[in-house]
Write a protein that binds this ligand. Structure first.
Ligand SMILES: NC(=O)c1ccc[n+]([C@@H]2O[C@H](COP(=O)([O-])OP(=O)(O)OC[C@H]3O[C@@H](n4cnc5c(N)ncnc54)[C@H](OP(=O)(O)O)[C@@H]3O)[C@@H](O)[C@H]2O)c1
Length: 343
Protein backbone atom coordinates (compact mmCIF):
# COMPACT_ATOMS: atom_id res chain seq x y z
CA UNK A 1 0.00 0.00 0.00
CA UNK A 2 1.50 3.34 -0.99
CA UNK A 3 0.73 6.98 -0.49
CA UNK A 4 -2.74 8.47 -0.14
CA UNK A 5 -4.48 9.41 -3.40
CA UNK A 6 -8.10 10.25 -4.15
CA UNK A 7 -8.35 7.27 -6.49
CA UNK A 8 -6.77 5.02 -3.87
CA UNK A 9 -9.20 6.36 -1.26
CA UNK A 10 -12.24 5.44 -3.40
CA UNK A 11 -10.80 2.03 -4.15
CA UNK A 12 -10.09 1.34 -0.49
CA UNK A 13 -13.54 2.44 0.59
CA UNK A 14 -15.10 -0.26 -1.56
CA UNK A 15 -12.56 -2.96 -0.74
CA UNK A 16 -13.81 -5.93 1.23
CA UNK A 17 -11.53 -6.33 4.26
CA UNK A 18 -10.46 -9.63 5.82
CA UNK A 19 -12.33 -10.93 8.87
CA UNK A 20 -9.95 -12.07 11.60
CA UNK A 21 -10.24 -15.61 12.85
CA UNK A 22 -7.04 -15.76 14.92
CA UNK A 23 -7.04 -17.94 18.02
CA UNK A 24 -7.36 -15.58 20.99
CA UNK A 25 -8.34 -18.19 23.57
CA UNK A 26 -5.25 -17.31 25.64
CA UNK A 27 -5.43 -13.54 25.03
CA UNK A 28 -6.62 -10.73 27.25
CA UNK A 29 -7.97 -7.88 25.16
CA UNK A 30 -8.89 -4.28 25.98
CA UNK A 31 -10.98 -1.99 23.76
CA UNK A 32 -11.32 1.69 24.69
CA UNK A 33 -14.52 3.48 23.69
CA UNK A 34 -16.72 0.48 22.95
CA UNK A 35 -20.28 1.66 23.53
CA UNK A 36 -20.83 2.70 19.89
CA UNK A 37 -19.12 2.87 16.54
CA UNK A 38 -15.93 1.12 15.49
CA UNK A 39 -14.91 0.24 19.04
CA UNK A 40 -18.25 -1.45 19.64
CA UNK A 41 -18.09 -3.52 16.45
CA UNK A 42 -14.43 -4.41 17.04
CA UNK A 43 -15.23 -5.57 20.58
CA UNK A 44 -18.14 -7.71 19.31
CA UNK A 45 -15.81 -9.34 16.76
CA UNK A 46 -13.27 -10.06 19.48
CA UNK A 47 -15.92 -11.37 21.88
CA UNK A 48 -17.20 -13.77 19.18
CA UNK A 49 -13.70 -15.25 18.99
CA UNK A 50 -13.94 -16.12 22.74
CA UNK A 51 -10.80 -14.55 24.13
CA UNK A 52 -9.48 -15.41 27.60
CA UNK A 53 -10.83 -12.04 28.73
CA UNK A 54 -12.32 -8.91 27.18
CA UNK A 55 -12.36 -5.57 28.95
CA UNK A 56 -14.25 -2.74 27.27
CA UNK A 57 -14.43 0.87 28.39
CA UNK A 58 -17.13 3.50 28.09
CA UNK A 59 -17.34 6.99 29.49
CA UNK A 60 -19.67 6.28 32.39
CA UNK A 61 -21.21 3.51 34.47
CA UNK A 62 -24.57 3.50 32.70
CA UNK A 63 -22.98 3.12 29.24
CA UNK A 64 -20.71 0.39 30.66
CA UNK A 65 -23.66 -1.65 31.91
CA UNK A 66 -25.67 -1.21 28.72
CA UNK A 67 -22.75 -2.00 26.41
CA UNK A 68 -21.74 -5.08 28.39
CA UNK A 69 -25.31 -6.45 28.25
CA UNK A 70 -25.72 -5.71 24.51
CA UNK A 71 -22.32 -7.12 23.64
CA UNK A 72 -22.85 -10.31 25.61
CA UNK A 73 -26.17 -10.83 23.82
CA UNK A 74 -24.62 -10.24 20.41
CA UNK A 75 -21.48 -12.31 20.95
CA UNK A 76 -22.48 -15.11 23.30
CA UNK A 77 -19.52 -14.26 25.57
CA UNK A 78 -20.81 -14.09 29.12
CA UNK A 79 -18.08 -12.51 31.21
CA UNK A 80 -17.14 -9.26 29.49
CA UNK A 81 -15.74 -6.64 31.87
CA UNK A 82 -16.89 -3.07 31.30
CA UNK A 83 -15.17 -0.22 33.13
CA UNK A 84 -15.56 3.55 32.97
CA UNK A 85 -12.84 5.60 31.32
CA UNK A 86 -13.28 9.28 30.49
CA UNK A 87 -10.41 10.59 28.40
CA UNK A 88 -11.14 14.23 29.07
CA UNK A 89 -9.88 13.55 32.61
CA UNK A 90 -6.32 12.49 33.36
CA UNK A 91 -7.57 11.31 36.77
CA UNK A 92 -9.93 8.91 35.04
CA UNK A 93 -7.06 7.48 32.96
CA UNK A 94 -4.88 7.02 36.07
CA UNK A 95 -7.79 5.50 38.05
CA UNK A 96 -8.46 3.05 35.23
CA UNK A 97 -4.82 1.91 35.27
CA UNK A 98 -4.82 1.74 39.10
CA UNK A 99 -7.86 -0.50 39.02
CA UNK A 100 -6.29 -2.63 36.29
CA UNK A 101 -3.18 -3.09 38.45
CA UNK A 102 -5.07 -3.62 41.72
CA UNK A 103 -7.09 -6.42 40.13
CA UNK A 104 -3.97 -8.04 38.69
CA UNK A 105 -5.36 -7.90 35.13
CA UNK A 106 -3.30 -8.73 32.07
CA UNK A 107 -3.43 -7.40 28.52
CA UNK A 108 -2.17 -8.85 25.24
CA UNK A 109 -3.74 -6.20 23.00
CA UNK A 110 -4.95 -2.71 23.78
CA UNK A 111 -7.05 -0.94 21.14
CA UNK A 112 -7.02 2.79 21.94
CA UNK A 113 -10.04 3.60 19.82
CA UNK A 114 -11.95 6.36 21.62
CA UNK A 115 -11.84 9.71 19.89
CA UNK A 116 -13.80 12.87 19.44
CA UNK A 117 -14.38 15.24 16.55
CA UNK A 118 -15.42 18.76 17.40
CA UNK A 119 -14.77 22.16 15.89
CA UNK A 120 -15.70 24.01 19.07
CA UNK A 121 -12.97 25.22 21.37
CA UNK A 122 -13.80 23.85 24.81
CA UNK A 123 -11.50 23.06 27.68
CA UNK A 124 -11.48 19.92 29.78
CA UNK A 125 -11.41 20.22 33.58
CA UNK A 126 -7.65 19.60 33.24
CA UNK A 127 -7.32 22.81 31.20
CA UNK A 128 -6.63 21.32 27.77
CA UNK A 129 -8.53 21.83 24.55
CA UNK A 130 -10.84 18.81 24.42
CA UNK A 131 -9.68 17.18 21.17
CA UNK A 132 -6.04 17.69 22.11
CA UNK A 133 -6.54 15.94 25.44
CA UNK A 134 -8.95 13.17 24.41
CA UNK A 135 -7.34 12.17 21.10
CA UNK A 136 -3.72 12.83 21.93
CA UNK A 137 -2.69 13.48 25.55
CA UNK A 138 -4.96 11.01 27.35
CA UNK A 139 -4.50 8.38 24.65
CA UNK A 140 -0.74 8.80 25.05
CA UNK A 141 -1.01 8.67 28.86
CA UNK A 142 -3.03 5.47 28.74
CA UNK A 143 -0.61 3.93 26.22
CA UNK A 144 2.45 4.71 28.34
CA UNK A 145 0.88 3.60 31.63
CA UNK A 146 -0.25 0.32 30.04
CA UNK A 147 3.13 -0.30 28.36
CA UNK A 148 4.63 -2.36 31.25
CA UNK A 149 1.55 -4.59 31.19
CA UNK A 150 1.89 -5.12 27.46
CA UNK A 151 5.61 -5.83 27.87
CA UNK A 152 4.81 -8.38 30.57
CA UNK A 153 2.60 -10.50 28.31
CA UNK A 154 4.60 -10.04 25.08
CA UNK A 155 7.13 -12.61 23.89
CA UNK A 156 9.66 -12.48 21.07
CA UNK A 157 7.55 -14.90 19.01
CA UNK A 158 4.29 -13.27 19.92
CA UNK A 159 4.60 -9.59 20.86
CA UNK A 160 1.63 -7.95 22.53
CA UNK A 161 -0.07 -5.10 20.63
CA UNK A 162 -0.83 -1.45 21.12
CA UNK A 163 -3.20 -0.20 18.43
CA UNK A 164 -4.04 3.49 18.30
CA UNK A 165 -6.95 4.32 16.02
CA UNK A 166 -5.82 7.20 13.83
CA UNK A 167 -7.18 8.23 10.43
CA UNK A 168 -6.43 9.15 6.85
CA UNK A 169 -7.64 12.56 8.05
CA UNK A 170 -4.04 13.02 9.21
CA UNK A 171 -3.22 13.71 5.54
CA UNK A 172 -5.43 16.79 5.79
CA UNK A 173 -3.75 18.16 8.91
CA UNK A 174 -2.31 21.62 8.36
CA UNK A 175 1.44 21.96 8.65
CA UNK A 176 2.43 23.51 11.94
CA UNK A 177 3.96 26.50 10.21
CA UNK A 178 6.07 28.64 12.51
CA UNK A 179 6.23 25.89 15.16
CA UNK A 180 10.02 26.21 15.22
CA UNK A 181 9.52 29.62 16.84
CA UNK A 182 6.87 28.52 19.33
CA UNK A 183 8.23 28.00 22.84
CA UNK A 184 5.93 24.98 23.19
CA UNK A 185 3.93 23.27 20.44
CA UNK A 186 1.32 21.81 22.79
CA UNK A 187 1.13 25.06 24.73
CA UNK A 188 0.39 26.92 21.47
CA UNK A 189 -2.11 24.33 20.22
CA UNK A 190 -3.90 24.65 23.53
CA UNK A 191 -3.99 28.44 23.53
CA UNK A 192 -7.49 29.81 22.98
CA UNK A 193 -6.13 32.83 21.11
CA UNK A 194 -4.34 30.54 18.64
CA UNK A 195 -7.40 28.34 18.22
CA UNK A 196 -9.35 30.46 15.76
CA UNK A 197 -12.30 28.88 13.98
CA UNK A 198 -10.12 27.91 11.01
CA UNK A 199 -7.61 26.22 13.34
CA UNK A 200 -10.44 24.37 15.06
CA UNK A 201 -11.83 23.22 11.70
CA UNK A 202 -8.55 21.36 11.29
CA UNK A 203 -8.16 20.22 14.90
CA UNK A 204 -9.49 16.69 14.46
CA UNK A 205 -7.16 16.11 11.48
CA UNK A 206 -4.23 17.44 13.46
CA UNK A 207 -5.07 15.20 16.44
CA UNK A 208 -4.93 12.19 14.12
CA UNK A 209 -1.51 13.34 12.87
CA UNK A 210 -0.33 13.62 16.49
CA UNK A 211 -1.35 9.97 16.98
CA UNK A 212 0.62 8.86 13.90
CA UNK A 213 3.62 10.81 15.20
CA UNK A 214 3.24 9.40 18.71
CA UNK A 215 3.32 5.81 17.40
CA UNK A 216 6.36 6.58 15.28
CA UNK A 217 8.25 8.16 18.18
CA UNK A 218 7.24 5.41 20.61
CA UNK A 219 8.30 2.63 18.23
CA UNK A 220 11.65 4.29 17.59
CA UNK A 221 12.33 4.15 21.35
CA UNK A 222 11.29 0.55 21.86
CA UNK A 223 14.12 -2.00 21.62
CA UNK A 224 14.52 -3.72 18.23
CA UNK A 225 13.58 -6.96 19.97
CA UNK A 226 10.45 -5.29 21.30
CA UNK A 227 7.89 -7.38 23.13
CA UNK A 228 5.18 -4.88 22.15
CA UNK A 229 4.24 -4.12 18.55
CA UNK A 230 2.62 -0.71 18.09
CA UNK A 231 0.67 0.69 15.16
CA UNK A 232 -1.59 3.56 14.11
CA UNK A 233 -4.65 2.28 12.26
CA UNK A 234 -6.82 4.00 9.70
CA UNK A 235 -10.27 2.35 9.67
CA UNK A 236 -11.31 4.28 6.55
CA UNK A 237 -14.31 6.53 6.25
CA UNK A 238 -17.11 4.70 8.09
CA UNK A 239 -20.65 5.04 9.32
CA UNK A 240 -20.46 5.93 13.00
CA UNK A 241 -21.45 8.64 15.44
CA UNK A 242 -18.18 10.54 14.96
CA UNK A 243 -19.87 13.17 12.81
CA UNK A 244 -22.61 13.80 15.38
CA UNK A 245 -21.62 17.44 15.90
CA UNK A 246 -21.36 18.35 12.24
CA UNK A 247 -24.69 16.57 11.57
CA UNK A 248 -26.49 18.78 14.10
CA UNK A 249 -27.08 21.38 11.36
CA UNK A 250 -29.65 20.34 8.67
CA UNK A 251 -27.52 21.36 5.68
CA UNK A 252 -24.41 19.57 6.88
CA UNK A 253 -26.53 16.63 7.97
CA UNK A 254 -27.77 16.22 4.41
CA UNK A 255 -24.27 16.64 2.94
CA UNK A 256 -22.62 14.22 5.38
CA UNK A 257 -25.37 11.61 5.02
CA UNK A 258 -25.14 11.80 1.20
CA UNK A 259 -21.34 11.49 1.33
CA UNK A 260 -21.62 8.58 3.74
CA UNK A 261 -24.34 6.92 1.65
CA UNK A 262 -22.05 6.97 -1.39
CA UNK A 263 -18.74 6.12 0.18
CA UNK A 264 -18.72 5.06 3.80
CA UNK A 265 -17.78 1.59 4.94
CA UNK A 266 -20.17 -0.01 7.36
CA UNK A 267 -19.02 0.32 10.95
CA UNK A 268 -18.50 -3.43 11.03
CA UNK A 269 -16.28 -3.34 7.92
CA UNK A 270 -14.17 -0.51 9.36
CA UNK A 271 -13.83 -2.31 12.68
CA UNK A 272 -12.07 -5.20 10.95
CA UNK A 273 -8.99 -2.98 10.61
CA UNK A 274 -8.79 -2.58 14.40
CA UNK A 275 -9.26 -6.28 15.03
CA UNK A 276 -6.69 -7.20 12.37
CA UNK A 277 -4.00 -5.01 13.91
CA UNK A 278 -4.77 -6.34 17.39
CA UNK A 279 -4.76 -10.09 16.78
CA UNK A 280 -3.60 -11.15 13.31
CA UNK A 281 -0.01 -12.33 12.71
CA UNK A 282 2.42 -9.96 10.97
CA UNK A 283 2.74 -7.59 13.90
CA UNK A 284 6.52 -7.20 13.54
CA UNK A 285 6.12 -6.02 9.91
CA UNK A 286 3.41 -3.60 11.02
CA UNK A 287 5.33 -2.36 14.07
CA UNK A 288 5.75 1.42 14.16
CA UNK A 289 3.67 1.93 11.04
CA UNK A 290 0.51 3.63 9.88
CA UNK A 291 -1.89 1.00 8.56
CA UNK A 292 -4.69 1.34 6.07
CA UNK A 293 -6.99 -1.45 4.87
CA UNK A 294 -5.01 -3.85 7.10
CA UNK A 295 -1.72 -3.07 5.33
CA UNK A 296 1.26 -0.85 6.02
CA UNK A 297 0.80 2.48 4.23
CA UNK A 298 2.82 5.63 3.89
CA UNK A 299 2.22 8.47 6.31
CA UNK A 300 1.47 11.97 5.01
CA UNK A 301 4.19 13.98 3.24
CA UNK A 302 4.25 16.37 6.17
CA UNK A 303 4.77 13.56 8.68
CA UNK A 304 7.64 12.27 6.53
CA UNK A 305 9.23 15.67 5.86
CA UNK A 306 12.28 16.96 7.73
CA UNK A 307 10.06 19.62 9.31
CA UNK A 308 7.41 17.05 10.28
CA UNK A 309 10.01 14.77 11.84
CA UNK A 310 11.40 17.67 13.86
CA UNK A 311 7.89 18.58 15.05
CA UNK A 312 7.21 14.93 15.85
CA UNK A 313 10.32 14.68 18.05
CA UNK A 314 9.51 17.88 19.90
CA UNK A 315 5.93 16.74 20.41
CA UNK A 316 7.15 13.49 21.93
CA UNK A 317 9.31 15.31 24.48
CA UNK A 318 6.63 17.88 25.28
CA UNK A 319 3.98 15.18 25.63
CA UNK A 320 6.15 13.09 27.93
CA UNK A 321 6.95 16.14 30.07
CA UNK A 322 3.24 16.90 30.51
CA UNK A 323 2.35 13.26 31.20
CA UNK A 324 5.23 12.89 33.66
CA UNK A 325 3.85 15.79 35.70
CA UNK A 326 0.44 14.13 35.74
CA UNK A 327 1.66 10.69 36.81
CA UNK A 328 5.21 10.03 37.97
CA UNK A 329 4.96 6.41 36.76
CA UNK A 330 5.52 7.83 33.28
CA UNK A 331 9.17 8.68 34.13
CA UNK A 332 9.81 5.21 35.55
CA UNK A 333 8.20 3.50 32.55
CA UNK A 334 10.20 5.58 30.09
CA UNK A 335 13.49 4.84 31.87
CA UNK A 336 12.74 1.12 32.26
CA UNK A 337 11.18 0.31 28.91
CA UNK A 338 12.33 2.81 26.32
CA UNK A 339 15.76 3.41 24.81
CA UNK A 340 17.31 6.51 26.33
CA UNK A 341 18.43 9.22 23.96
CA UNK A 342 21.92 10.62 24.20
CA UNK A 343 21.59 14.33 25.02
N1 LIG B 1 -15.83 6.87 11.53
C1 LIG B 1 -14.86 7.19 10.71
O1 LIG B 1 -15.07 7.46 9.51
C2 LIG B 1 -13.44 7.22 11.21
C3 LIG B 1 -12.42 7.38 10.26
C4 LIG B 1 -11.12 7.39 10.70
C5 LIG B 1 -10.83 7.26 12.04
N2 LIG B 1 -11.84 7.13 12.95
C6 LIG B 1 -11.47 6.99 14.37
O2 LIG B 1 -12.10 5.84 14.91
C7 LIG B 1 -12.24 5.99 16.32
C8 LIG B 1 -13.66 5.60 16.72
O3 LIG B 1 -14.54 6.55 16.15
P1 LIG B 1 -15.99 6.17 15.62
O4 LIG B 1 -16.00 6.53 14.19
O5 LIG B 1 -16.39 4.84 16.03
O6 LIG B 1 -16.84 7.31 16.36
P2 LIG B 1 -17.98 7.21 17.47
O7 LIG B 1 -19.09 6.37 16.99
O8 LIG B 1 -18.28 8.64 17.81
O9 LIG B 1 -17.28 6.49 18.70
C9 LIG B 1 -16.28 7.16 19.43
C10 LIG B 1 -16.05 6.46 20.73
O10 LIG B 1 -15.14 7.24 21.51
C11 LIG B 1 -15.75 7.55 22.74
N3 LIG B 1 -15.31 8.84 23.28
C12 LIG B 1 -15.47 10.07 22.76
N4 LIG B 1 -15.01 10.99 23.61
C13 LIG B 1 -14.56 10.32 24.70
C14 LIG B 1 -13.99 10.71 25.92
N5 LIG B 1 -13.81 11.99 26.25
N6 LIG B 1 -13.63 9.75 26.81
C15 LIG B 1 -13.83 8.45 26.53
N7 LIG B 1 -14.38 8.01 25.39
C16 LIG B 1 -14.74 8.94 24.49
C17 LIG B 1 -17.24 7.60 22.43
O11 LIG B 1 -18.01 7.55 23.63
P3 LIG B 1 -19.42 8.35 23.69
O12 LIG B 1 -20.37 7.58 22.82
O13 LIG B 1 -19.76 8.31 25.13
O14 LIG B 1 -19.16 9.73 23.18
C18 LIG B 1 -17.32 6.37 21.57
O15 LIG B 1 -17.30 5.21 22.35
C19 LIG B 1 -11.91 7.44 16.63
O16 LIG B 1 -10.59 7.50 17.16
C20 LIG B 1 -11.95 8.12 15.27
O17 LIG B 1 -11.11 9.22 15.20
C21 LIG B 1 -13.15 7.10 12.56
Amino acid sequence: MGKFSVFGFFREQWTELPISTADVSDKSLVVVGANVGLGNEAAVHLAQLKPKSLLITCRDGAKCEQSKADMETRSGMTDIESWPLELSSFDSVCSFVNRFEAKGCTVDALIANAGVSTMKYTKTPDGYETTLQVNHLSTALLSILMLPHLVKTGTLENPSRLVIVSSEAHFLANKLEGADKWPGIIETLNDEAYCTSSVMRNRYHLSKLLEVMFIRELSSRLPTTTLVAVSAVNPGFCHSRLTREIESGPLFKFAVRTYKGLLARTTEMGSRTLVHAAIEPGERERHGHYLSSCEVAEESDYALSVEGKEVSKRLWHETLRILGDIDSRVHTIVSEHLIQEIA
